[in-house]
Design a protein around this ligand. Structure first.
Ligand code: 5RP
Length: 231
């Protein structure tokens, strides 16, 4: 489920500010979504101008865009660490250093890439900031475990909704062949505790709570400026 409130100017400002942190020789995690796409396009322009980087895609979408703009790619399975990862978020609680991700259903690979990164840079427009988080948490689920995970989410105080596809009948199927539950927990006061509860439910492939992972958040505004914030 996408948070679509932000403007393109704000997204571009955030994406390009984070891309400016990339240096020659870096291995860069390439995030998914409309904000991270600005960073990928900007990096593509710099590759055209001679920047020597390699990208690790977090999704079908980011791989396709990186190829289109000429960023050489490494496979995630061949990479133990990346220098920095740049990715968007659906909601950001700066005070708690907690994010909701997975609006594009890519959060499982995104979390692996972010955790492999020396620095994880988040890019967001100002509409994504919230304290505390209250955005539905995407949970990627093994299809056969759907009913069991729905029960575990309800036991944890959440209201799960199977994500439906928009241009296909039936549910969204992730790049990994799984289903997604968007789980409304209301205001999430203890993101780390909820993250632990969701991770412990058998059948959960990955959830979209990223707690304590961001090293910086670049927040774009409608004037096309970006501010670097430290969570
Ligand atoms: O987590 C994500 C994909 O799974 C995206 O980073 C998140 O949905 C933000 O996307 P956008 O920049 O288009 O709002």
């Amino acid at each position: 489920m996408k948070n679509t409130a932000g403007t393109e100017a704000a997204k571009r400002a955030a994406g390009e500010a984070a891309a400016a942190e990339v240096r020659d020789g870096d291995v860069v995690g390439l995030g998914t979504g409309s904000t991270a796409a600005h960073a990928i396009r900007d990096l593509g322009d710099r590759v055209d101008d001679g920047l020597d980087v390699e990208g690790v895609a977090t999704s079908y979408q980011s791989r396709a865009l990186a190829k289109e703009v000429g960023i050489p790619l490494l496979s995630l399975s061949d990479v133990a660490r990346v220098d920095l990862a740049i990715d968007g978020a659906d909601q950001v609680a700066l005070g708690a250093n907690a994010l909701v991700k997975g609006g594009g259903a890519a959060h499982a690979r995104e979390k692996v890439v972010a955790s492999a990164a020396d620095r994880f840079l988040v890019v967001a427009d100002g509409s994504k900031l919230a304290e505390p988080l209250d955005y539905p948490v995407p949970v990627e689920v093994l299809p056969d475990a759907l009913a069991r995970v729905e029960r575990a989410v309800r036991d944890a105080g959440g209201d799960p909704e199977l994500r439906s596809a928009e241009r296909k009948d039936g549910p969204v199927v992730t790049d990994n062949g799984n289903l997604v539950l968007d789980c409304d927990f209301g205001a999430v006061g203890e993101a780390r505790s909820l993250a632990g509860t969701l991770s412990a439910a058998p059948g959960v492939v990955e959830h979209g709570l990223f707690v304590g992972m961001a090293d910086a958040v670049f927040v774009g505004d409608d004037d096309g400026d970006a501010t670097r914030r430290s969570p």
